[in-house]
Design a protein around this ligand. Structure first.
Ligand SMILES: [Zn+2]
Length: 241
């Protein structure tokens, strides 16, 4: 397997979370998932390590933990638990929100602290638009300026990109490649990736209420086969659209 896990929020969903409820993984569940990762003998990797593993076809005992949107709970709840467990993760930041110090989002000093502790920062655009639906100049800005601004603010290379809403097409992928990223993650569900998937890496999304066996299933061949079958219908027409 070459599993990439997707998280959004860690913590309890607020009463008004509505359809976003499935994006909140309670703290105790996240803690037990980190324990399970260690028990399974898996090593968490950075984007660069995942990329090297893709090229070398050696991601067997590796897992890439990713967090979308860069909300404050990622810093307040997930980060201390990751640090304590000695595991690493990548946080996909919406640059305008975080660099603009918008309440509820991870700030630059927080990101610096996370980087110093072995975490990675990726770009999730400037404003979180549907990239396949915006004009070319705006697309270029969302992809390239977010990378540049995060790199200027943090003093590190930002090598990974995440498509908001999993929305992309060939032109968007080309823009991401041309901007100098190494990898891009999508919302296509699967736990297997190869080098050909570099600009549309498949991920397994962690939703709340997962039992231990359900969590382990996300690393199994069965998960792969089932989602490969489902994706045949789900993704082919959309990518062409
Ligand atoms: Zn997002």
């Amino acid at each position: 397997m070459s599993t990439i896990l997707t998280y959004h929020y860690v913590g309890d969903a607020p009463a008004d979370a509505g359809s976003h409820k499935s994006l909140f993984v309670p703290k105790h569940e996240f803690e037990s998932q980190l324990r399970a990762i260690k028990k399974m003998g898996l090593e968490t990797v950075s984007p660069e390590e995942f990329h090297a593993g893709l090229l070398a076809k050696d991601l067997k005992r590796k897992v890439w933990l990713t967090f979308d949107d860069g909300r404050l709970d990622n810093y307040e709840l997930a980060f201390p638990l990751l640090k304590e467990a000695g595991l690493k993760a990548t946080f996909f930041i919406i640059a305008d929100h975080s660099l603009g110090c918008e309440p509820g989002y991870i700030t630059v000093p927080m990101m610096k602290e996370m980087l110093a502790a072995g975490m990675s920062i990726g770009s999730h655009t400037l404003t979180h638009p549907h990239l396949a639906r915006i004009p070319a100049e705006q697309l270029a800005r969302e992809v390239a300026a977010s990378k540049q601004q995060l790199e200027d603010a943090l003093g590190v290379a930002v090598t990974s990109f995440c498509y908001p809403y999993g929305n992309f097409n060939a032109a968007v992928q080309e823009e991401v490649r041309a901007a100098g990223y190494l990898l891009a993650t999508a919302t296509i569900r699967d736990n297997r990736n190869c080098d050909a998937d570099r600009w549309q890496l498949r991920r397994a999304m962690v939703t709340p209420g997962k039992s231990r066996s359900r969590f382990r299933y996300m690393f199994s061949s069965l998960y792969h086969w089932l989602h490969e079958w489902k994706n045949r219908k789900r993704w082919k027409p959309r990518e062409e659209a």
